[in-house]
Design a protein around this ligand. Structure first.
Ligand code: HEM
Length: 526
C-alpha cells in the first residue's frame, strides 16, 4: 500500500512539470481517440483487418528489401506476390514505421475512387509536385481540382481527340530512326517512343513540337527553326524534373529535401518553354489562332478562350503533359515488347490492319481515323491486354480525409468492412487486380488478347482499371488509345516483320511515376 502511494505521488509530481503534463495530455488524447474510433468502427459494422504484417521492425526491413527490388526492376512483381503469399486481397502492413493499408479488391478500389470519393484525397502530392507542376488537375484536391476538371473536360470531347493526322509527320521521323537498323537489326524502341510522345504531346498541347526525334542522325538539324533558346533542351529537362518528382513522391513527408540546383534549373527550362508559347497564344488574335489550328487541334488555343491567366495555362498544360506522355510511351513500348515475342498475335493483328487500311506502299493512311480505329477489334484487344498486364500506373495512393471504412478485408474471412482512420495511407494496386486468377483465370499472367472476346472478361467492371475510375477517371483515355492505335497501325504497315532481342520474362519494370521497361525494349523491325 505504501509502495502504491509512493508511485502515485511520483506520477503526480511528474505530471506537475510542464513536459510531464504535456505527455499526460497526449496519452489522454490518444486513449480518447482510440475509444472514439472503436465506437465509430462498431457503428460502421467494421471488424479487425484479417491480415496484419509487421515486416520486420515496423517495416524498416521491408523498406530496405523493396528499395533493392526496385533497383533490380522487380518491385512491381513482388507487390503482386505478397497478395498471393498472404492469401488476402487487403492487408495492413508497416513501411518505415508508417501504417499502410494495401488492397487489390475491386470493391475497395471502387469505394476509394467512386462511391466514397470524398472520404479520400491525394494527400501531399500537390506539395511534392509543386515546383514543376504548380496548381493543376493532376495534383489538386477539393475545389481546385473540381474547377480544373470542369475547365479541361470539354477540351477532351470526341472531336478534339479525333485528330490523328498530326501524328503522321512524327511517325515519318520515327521510321527514319528504325531504318537505321535494317534487316531486323537490334534497337531500343522504348527510347524512341518516349521521344515520339513528347514530340506529339507538346505539339497537341502548346502548338509547337519540341521535335526531340529530329536529331542529327536522321535530320539536318540546322534546318530546324529555333524559335527561342531552350526549346531543344525541353525534353531532357522535363524527363529530369519528372525523375526528381518521383524521388520526392517516394520520400513522402521528407520530399522538401529533394530540391537541388539541377531540379530547379530543369524546372526553369520547362517553364520557359511553356511560358513562351502561352505568351504567344495570349498575344495572338482569335483569327490567327483559328488559322494555326487548321492543321490539327491545339489544346492551348482552345484553353485561352476559358482563361487568360498565364500561370493557370502553364500549370494545366504541364499537368496534362505529365499525365499523358509517359503513360502512352509505356503502353506503346509494352505492346511492341509483347508483339515481338508472340508471332501468331503479330500475324493476326497484321491481318486485321492490312485488311482495313492496306500495307506498305498501298497503305490507305487517310482511312485511318478515330472512328475506323475504333472498329479494329483485335487491335483493341491487344491494347487492353497490354494495359491489363502492364498498367501504366500499377499502384496508386490515397489518404483518408476522415474516419471511414472500406467494404472488405475484415473478420475471419476478410469479407467484412474495415475501419480506416483519418489520415490513414492507403495504396491500391490495379496491377495486382489485373493479375488475379479469381478474375482472369489460371492464365492470368499470360499475354492472350483473345480473352477480350470471351463473355466473362467483358463483365469485369472494377477488376479492369488501367485508366482509374470514378470522378477522377483519366481524361485522356480516348486520346491515348487513339494515338497508340495509330502508331501501332502505321508501324505494322511500314514494317511487316518483327523480332525480339529480349529474353527475360517477365520483364524487369521500372516504376517511377509510371511504369516502363527497366532496360529498354530491344527489337528488330523490317
Ligand atoms: C496509356 C495511357 C494512359 C493511361 C494508362 C492513363 C492512366 C491514368 C490514371 C491511372 C490516372 C489517375 C491518376 C490518379 O488519380 O492518381 C490518370 C489521370 C489523368 N490522365 Fe491519364 N492515362 C493515360 C494517358 C493520358 C493522356 C494521353 C492524357 C492527356 C492527353 C491523360 C490525362 C490525364 C489527366 C488530365 C488525368 C487527371 C484526371 C483527374 O485527376 O481528374 N492521360 N490517367
Amino acid at each position: 500500500m505504501v509502495q502504491v502511494d509512493i508511485v502515485k505521488e511520483k506520477v503526480l509530481g511528474y505530471l506537475q512539470t510542464w513536459y510531464g503534463a504535456l505527455i499526460g495530455l497526449y496519452v489522454l488524447y490518444s486513449v480518447l481517440m482510440r475509444i472514439s474510433q472503436h465506437q465509430k468502427a462498431k457503428k460502421l459494422g467494421c471488424k479487425p483487418i484479417r491480415v496484419v504484417k509487421s515486416d520486420g521492425f515496423y517495416g524498416f526491413k521491408l523498406m530496405r528489401e523493396v528499395m533493392k527490388l526496385k533497383s533490380e526492376g522487380k518491385m512491381v512483381d513482388y507487390n503482386n506476390e505478397r497478395f498471393i503469399e498472404f492469401q488476402a486481397d487487403t492487408f495492413l502492413t508497416y513501411v518505415a514505421g508508417r501504417k499502410f493499408i494495401t488492397t487489390r479488391d475491386p470493391e475497395n478500389i471502387k469505394a476509394v475512387l467512386a462511391t466514397q470519393f470524398n472520404d479520400f484525397c491525394l494527400g501531399i502530392r500537390h506539395a511534392q509536385f509543386l515546383p514543376l507542376l504548380g496548381d493543376g488537375i493532376f495534383t489538386l484536391d477539393g475545389e481546385g481540382w473540381k474547377h480544373s476538371r470542369a475547365m479541361l473536360r470539354p477540351q477532351f470531347a470526341r472531336e478534339q481527340v479525333a485528330h490523328v493526322k498530326s501524328l503522321e509527320p512524327h511517325i515519318q521521323v520515327l521510321a527514319r530512326h528504325i531504318q537505321k537498323y535494317p534487316n531486323g537489326g537490334k534497337f531500343d524502341i522504348q527510347e524512341l517512343f518516349f521521344r515520339l510522345t513528347v514530340d506529339s504531346a507538346t505539339e497537341f498541347l502548346f502548338g509547337q513540337s519540341v521535335e526531340s526525334l529530329k536529331d542529327e542522325t536522321v535530320y539536318d538539324i540546322s534546318k530546324l527553326p529555333e524559335e527561342f533558346e531552350g526549346k531543344r533542351q525541353f525534353a531532357y529537362a522535363f524527363n529530369t524534373s519528372q525523375n526528381y518528382l518521383a524521388t520526392r513522391a517516394i520520400s513522402s513527408e521528407f520530399y522538401f529535401l529533394i530540391n537541388n540546383k539541377e531540379f530547379k534549373e530543369c524546372n526553369a527550362i520547362v517553364h520557359k518553354f511553356a511560358d513562351f508559347y502561352v505568351r504567344k497564344a495570349l498575344e495572338a488574335l482569335p483569327e490567327e489562332l483559328a488559322e494555326k489550328s487548321r492543321g490539327g487541334y491545339i489544346f492551348l488555343y482552345e484553353l485561352v478562350q476559358q482563361t487568360r491567366d498565364p500561370i493557370v495555362l502553364r500549370d494545366q498544360l504541364l499537368n496534362i503533359l505529365l499525365a499523358g506522355r509517359d503513360t502512352t510511351a509505356g503502353l506503346l513500348s509494352f505492346t511492341f515488347f509483347e508483339l515481338s515475342r508472340n508471332p501468331q498475335i503479330w500475324s493476326k493483328l497484321k491481318e486485321e490492319i492490312y485488311e482495313k487500311f492496306g500495307s506498305g506502299e498501298d497503305s490507305r493512311i487517310e482511312e485511318i481515323t478515330f472512328e475506323s480505329l475504333k472498329k479494329c477489334d483485335y487491335l483493341k484487344a491487344v491494347l487492353n491486354e497490354v494495359l491489363r498486364l502492364y498498367p501504366s500506373v500499377p499502384q496508386n495512393f490515397r489518404i483518408a480525409t476522415k474516419d471511414t471504412s472500406l467494404p472488405k478485408g475484415g473478420g475471419p474471412d476478410g469479407q467484412s468492412p474495415i475501419f480506416v482512420s483519418k489520415g490513414q495511407l492507403l495504396s491500391y494496386s490495379v496491377n495486382a487486380t489485373h493479375h488475379n486468377t479469381a478474375f482472369y483465370g489460371k492464365d492470368a499472367n499470360d499475354f492472350r488478347p483473345e480473352r477480350w472476346f470471351e463473355p466473362e472478361t467483358r463483365k469485369l467492371g472494377w477488376a479492369f482499371l488501367p485508366f482509374n475510375g470514378g470522378p477522377r477517371i483519366c481524361l485522356g483515355q480516348q486520346f491515348a488509345l487513339t494515338e497508340a492505335s495509330y502508331v501501332v497501325t502505321r508501324l505494322l504497315q511500314m514494317f511487316p516483320n518483327i523480332i525480339s532481342y529480349d529474353d527475360e520474362y517477365p520483364p524487369r519494370k521500372n516504376s517511377q511515376l509510371t511504369m516502363c521497361h527497366q532496360n529498354g525494349v530491344f527489337i528488330g523491325l523490317d
